[in-house]
Design a protein around this ligand. Structure first.
Ligand SMILES: *Cc1c(COP(=O)(O)O)cnc(C)c1O
Length: 374
């Protein structure tokens, strides 16, 4: 059996190699490395796939979040509410722009924002909410959008972990990332749609926000050497766009492979007294960027060590919630107590999850975990 990897990019590349190599050679032959034709093609293909009016490619998922917040025209001191249980990028960009991050707790079953907690955290300074579609499943967009409308707040969806997931929003089916004012995503190699380096994008149905974001990623300029506003330099390389053009055609297959692996894990662990399998919500697809268990009775670290000895990788996403990170101390008057996220940081364990897991590998992983508890 092949060695089990947390993420197996190698086997996937070998499977798609002819298509990807051809796309890359074409870019190299043209030497149009910056803003080459593949960037426009990818933008158009992603707009069609997501059924969204505008896709604005950029350099990575962190930039996408930053560009989205810049486009909303927020002022220093404005408050942005988001989850304490996410990757640091979501909150980092709020702080970098001089805005105030307000971190709230997550639902212990879905790992996503609790709408009631968001509503309680709203003040007269609140301007935006960033729901994070963690691990591949949508935050409660039906309730969060209703709250945003009631208080006239902007919504930026962090879709870095959930590209391709459908969501049942107000009796329609939409892709996550296209429901709020702006969606952002990352094409980091290990994400569900990953390139061979860094990449990212913003999505919106709003023409003005799209125009603003296109200007921001291009040094605040619409016409070369004429700069209307202060922007940044954030581009998707042509090579990455060419790779993404190939991989986008496989995204639904990638996500269904992930779902098959998740179904296998679910089947092995359902009803286990010490393990809680991921809870799936009726309104959202789960495309399993991560397959994350909750391990009860304080046994998480022992299980992880046991698996490591057996050559089975696993990861803790995330070991410290963001409200307890040293970097954010200056932003909190006093560290809030957010019990669900604090408990989750001690219980969560993400298992190997990628598009190439074989049944032999899955059996080996589930057998080892079940044996640990015997
Ligand atoms: C990966 C990720 C990002 C950042 O993406 P990069 O491309 O690495 O900058 C932002 N938010 C979440 C939730 C992520 O998982």
């Amino acid at each position: 059996m092949e060695q089990i990897k947390m993420v197996d990019l190698q086997t996937q590349y070998q499977r798609l190699r002819p298509e990807i190599d051809e796309a890359m050679s074409e870019v190299v032959a043209q030497t149009a490395f910056i803003n080459g034709p593949a960037v426009k093609t990818f933008q158009a293909h992603l707009e069609t796939y997501l059924n969204v009016k505008h896709v604005i490619p950029c350099a990575n998922g962190t930039d996408a979040l930053q560009v989205a917040l810049m486009a909303l025209g927020l002022k220093e001191g404005d408050e942005v509410i988001t989850s304490t249980f996410t990757f640091i990028a979501t909150v980092e960009v709020i702080a970098l722009l001089g805005l105030k991050p307000v971190l709230v707790d997550v639902d212990p079953d879905t790992f996503t924002l609790i709408p009631e907690a968001v509503e309680q955290a709203i003040t007269s300074q609140t301007k935006a909410i960033i729901p994070v579609h963690l691990f591949g499943q949508g935050a409660n967009m039906n309730q969060l959008m209703a709250i945003a409308q009631k208080y006239e707040l902007k919504v930026v969806e962090d879709t870095a972990q959930a590209i391709g997931s459908n969501y049942h929003y107000n009796n329609t089916t939409q892709k996550l990332g296209t429901i709020g004012d702006i969606g952002s995503t990352s094409f980091f190699p290990s994400k569900n749609l990953g390139c061979f380096g860094d990449g990212g994008a913003c999505f919106t149905n709003n023409d003005e926000l799209a125009a603003q974001m296109r200007m921001i990623v291009n040094h605040g300029s619409r016409k070369k050497y004429f700069h209307k506003i202060i922007g940044v330099n954030s581009r998707l390389d042509t090579l990455q766009a060419a790779i993404l053009n190939v991989k986008l055609q496989h995204l639904d297959d990638f996500n269904s492979r992930r779902q098959k692996a998740a179904d296998y894990y679910d089947g092995a662990f359902r009803g286990h007294r010490s393990i809680q399998i991921p809870v799936r919500m009726p309104d959202s697809d789960h495309t399993f960027h991560q397959y994350t268990l909750r391990v009860k009775d304080g046994k998480r670290d022992d299980l992880q060590n046991y698996l490591k000895e057996k050559g089975i990788p696993s990861m803790v996403y995330y070991p410290v919630p963001l409200h307890q990170q040293e970097a954010f101390e200056p932003f909190m008057e006093e560290a809030p107590i957010l019990p669900n996220a604090e408990l989750l940081s001690k219980e969560v364990l993400s298992l190997p999850m990628h598009t190439e897991l074989s049944n032999t590998q899955l059996t080996c992983i589930t057998d080892a975990i079940l044996a640990f508890f015997e």
